[in-house]
Design a protein around this ligand. Structure first.
Ligand code: MG
Ligand code: MG
Length: 236
């Protein structure tokens, strides 16, 4: 899983570098494919329920699952890029949101708060802790900033499949959840909206946008629970 995580980290590096004004999201998908091929990894996104690309690209008010295509990035956009890889049967999954050129102070703050909420959640992935402390920590950071946490889409355990049980909500679901043990691996992935938490699915059957049209950001890492604390596998 460490090796899959490193491939995902490299996909982050090259897609971040490629995402400039004037570039289409299809071109960004192409640079991510090149990493998978060069590293001998395969895609867990391509063909997943028919998904046609190796990354998801979700600009502005799109929360997650955007399909790379003809959308051409422009100065002032924010773009969420979600990447995954399989190495020897083990999966990695991680996402980030970036500014395309100069963005508004609100967009900048949304990105910063969402990333900070991810790290607050990761800090709870300690042996003996309860899983839903992750969501509680994420939600606290987000709501203190005046933003909202998406409810309909959540994080997940990950291993020999991308999406394993249990789910990892980004909010307190009303119960503490399972007790964490060393060796468990989770994808924690807060999706944060400037406005309300409600979502809407577009006609393509994939793209999820904010119901109120507000901006949304998404950060994700794959993290192992170890005796020494959380180990983030999708860092370079
Ligand atoms: Mg992901
Ligand atoms: Mg995920």
């Amino acid at each position: 899983m460490r090796r899959a995580g490193k491939v995902v980290a490299e996909m982050h590096e090259v897609t971040r570098a490629a995402a400039k004004p004037g570039v289409t999201t299809r071109q960004i998908d192409a640079v991510a494919r090149e990493v998978l091929e060069r590293r001998g990894a395969t895609s867990n996104f391509l063909g997943y329920h028919g998904f046609p690309a190796v990354i998801c690209t979700s600009p502005n008010d799109m929360i997650v699952h955007g399909i790379p295509g003809d959308y051409r990035l422009k100065e002032g956009d924010i773009l969420s890029i979600d990447c995954g890889a399989i190495v020897e049967g083990y999966h990695g999954d991680a996402a980030f949101t970036m500014a395309v050129g100069e963005v508004s102070p609100l967009a900048r703050r949304l990105i910063d708060v969402t990333e900070r909420s991810l790290w607050a959640g990761i800090a709870e992935l300690r042996k003996g802790n309860r899983l839903h402390e992750v969501g509680r920590a994420v939600q606290k950071v987000v709501e203190q900033a005046g933003f909202s946490v998406v409810r309909e889409y959540v994080g997940h355990a990950i291993g020999t499949a991308m999406h394993e049980q249990p789910q990892v909500p980004n909010y307190w679901p009303g119960s503490p959840g399972p007790t964490l043990k060393s060796g468990m691996v989770f994808a924690v992935e807060p999706m944060v909206n400037v406005g309300g938490p409600e979502t809407r699915l577009l006609d393509d059957g994939w793209s999820v946008v904010t119901a109120d049209g507000s901006l949304s950001a998404h950060f994700e890492h794959t993290i192992a629970v170890t005796d020494d604390g959380p180990e983030v596998l999708t860092l370079s």
